[in-house]
Design a protein around this ligand. Structure first.
Ligand code: AMP
Length: 562
């Protein structure tokens, strides 16, 4: 009889049943004078004791501004030390940290601030083409004449305090340094009292899911959700006390603030931010300068890092481990990470914001073939099943929707019971929308998103499989496959391809190469050679934009939905 696609993770070690604030106190006790954080572009270095002290002082400053436990504190900035100080300040006093995507513009900012009623917003003044302070002032022009901390804005009725990272006065804004400076004893006592009343199941973080479509949803996560995920993710990569972990991934996403920051907190490692936003050369420089043992990235970041490594030799001999995650991880890229970056113990992780985020991860002990071609096995204290369209569990090997249950499942979308009920069922299963398979030994594979699956003449095609295949061509650096409407077959495949520098390849040559190797119906009908793909900041390709552009270019009609 075929086994059902249902797996349960280990039950040991036990879950951590403490708050993030208590974990920070423990870190200070155990390794307070050791390095906690390096922000290379700011020249900032903090020990755990310094970080905890600044977090407590900043929390006290927020209390003095009138904030109370449970209030929402927004953070809108690229990676920097103040981001982490704000994260731990919120955790200490029980403010709910709302992480706002630095790529957002005015419309998304307004939606986010209003949706969760942000009371204090900590923001960078500007970065690259984003004038953060200017966008806030465009929404709340009252700020320019308001006393700092006493804003009353018609469009954002709950917002009171604007706090700016970086020096220089700006009307209506407090400087970060002013808020953390010389906290009063009474406020400090209030922070400690609030911290001691918190419990691990309470919400402490709202993250707006990046998604590639639809309006953002505020995934609400508890201390238990994210502290434990950081713990188990760090354990899976063998993160040790004294290690340095290079995190070029954005902090507003779980990859940065949970998998990097909280993993370092519980394992006694230090997090290293190479730059405000991803930069391949800065990443290699930080690895070399700080002798980092671990490196994180989404696949496109590793591709760029490997490219940069070909142009100049960097000393990456300190690297041992790390994580590639966030999007399908091409086998060839994983192999190159092991060979060229020397990350022998690198792992693949799979998850989503709504599951804090990681639910599957490979381990250094898994056979090499599994380590580069699967997302590993289910993480401790979690259950995963794969279900068919009828909701029944499918046999091992068959694709279906991956569902997750256990401590990591979010509390829900903030004040949105309807959309929460759409994804978490009555039995607590989070329906991920990802198509996955489980093999006989419990290794998972993500074969696509439910909505990405292409049905060509009744045949289910998985873009992921075709992307992996195209990747095996020595001249191809990146490939993205989408479905396009087609009058004859319902849908047809379309591939966008980026060649490696200096390579040339014609459409006919590529077609001939494919024809020798894969079934005809899997050879994309439409092929385009491009220099870049539309991306979100978390490194996900926005396939819907590829689709839209091709539909417009080819003059196709949306036969499938008509
Ligand atoms: P986010 O909530 O922004 O973290 O996005 C989560 C989504 O990223 C998942 O639902 C998957 O579609 C995708 N994803 C994350 N990790 C992987 C992985 N290792 N392989 C394939 N897809 C992944």
């Amino acid at each position: 009889m075929t086994e059902p696609s249902l797996v349960r993770g280990a039950e040991t070690p036990p879950l951590l049943e403490i708050t993030i604030g208590a974990a920070l106190d423990e870190a200070v006790e155990r390794f307070g004078n050791e390095l906690a954080l390096v922000s290379a572009h700011q020249g900032a270095r903090l020990s755990w004791r310094e970080l905890a002290g600044r977090a407590e002082a900043f929390a006290a400053g927020l209390i003095e501004l009138g904030l109370r436990p449970g209030d929402r504190v927004g953070i809108w900035a690229p990676n920097c030390a103040e981001w982490v100080i704000t994260q731990f300040a919120a955790a200490k006093a029980g403010f709910i940290l709302v992480t706002i995507n630095p790529a957002y513009r005015r419309h998304e900012l307004e939606y986010t601030l209003k949706k969760v009623g942000v009371r204090a917003l900590v923001a960078a003044e500007s970065f690259k083409s984003s004038n953060y302070a200017g966008m806030v002032e465009a929404l709340a022009p009252e700020a320019r004449s308001a006393a700092p901390g006493q804003l009353r804005a018609a469009a954002l009725p709950e917002l009171r305090a604007l706090i700016k990272i970086g020096a220089g006065a700006r009307p209506g804004w407090l400087e970060f340094g002013e808020v953390e400076r010389a906290p009063g004893d009474a406020a400090l006592a209030q922070v400690r009292a609030a911290g001691s009343r918190l419990s691990p199941g309470e919400p402490i973080n709202i993250q707006f899911t990046s998604g590639t479509t639809g309006s953002p949803k505020g995934a609400t996560l508890s201390h238990r959700n994210i502290l434990n995920n950081g713990y188990f993710v760090g354990r899976a990569i063998g993160l040790k006390r004294g290690d340095r972990l290079c995190a070029p991934v954005p902090l507003y996403h779980c990859f940065g603030m949970v998998m990097a920051n909280l993993a370092c907190l519980v394992h006694g490692a230090a997090v290293v931010f190479p730059a405000a936003a991803f930069d391949a050369v800065a990443t290699l420089r930080a690895v070399e300068d700080e002798r980092c043992a671990a490196l994180y990235g989404v696949p496109t970041m590793f591709i760029a890092i490997l490219d940069a490594l070909e142009k100049r030799a960097w000393d990456v001999s300190s690297l041992r481990t790390g994580i590639m995650a966030g999007a399908p991880c091409p086998i060839e890229v994983m192999k190159a990470v092991i060979e060229k970056l020397g990350m022998d113990e690198v792992t693949i992780a799979y998850g989503m914001t709504e599951t804090s985020p990681v639910s599957f991860q490979t381990g250094p002990d898994d056979p090499i073939e599994r380590r580069v071609s699967t997302v590993g096995r289910v993480q401790p204290h979690l259950e995963v099943k794969i279900v068919g369209a009828d909701g029944a569990i499918v046999p091992r090997g068959a694709p279906g929707e991956l569902c997750t249950r256990g401590y990591a499942v979010m509390l829900g979308y903030w004040e949105d019971p309807e959309r929460t009920a759409d994804v978490i069922d009555a039995e607590g299963w989070m329906h991920t929308g990802d198509l996955g398979t489980l093999d006989a030994e419990g290794y998972g594979n993500i074969v696509g998103r439910i909505k990405d699956m292409v049905i060509r003449g009744g045949e289910n095609l998985f873009p992921r499989e075709i992307e992996e295949f195209l990747f095996t061509h020595p001249g191809i650096a990146e490939a993205q496959v989408v479905g396009l409407p087609d009058p004859r077959y319902g849908e047809e495949l379309c591939a966008w391809i980026r060649l490696k520098a200096g390579e040339t390849l014609s459409e006919n040559e590529l077609r001939a190469w494919c024809a020798e190797r894969i079934a005809r119906h899997k050879i994309p009908r439409h092929l385009r050679f491009v220099d870049a793909f539309p991306m979100t900041v978390t490194g996900k390709v926005q396939k819907f934009l590829i689709r839209e552009q091709m539909i417009a270019e080819l003059g196709l009609t949306l036969a499938k939905t008509a």
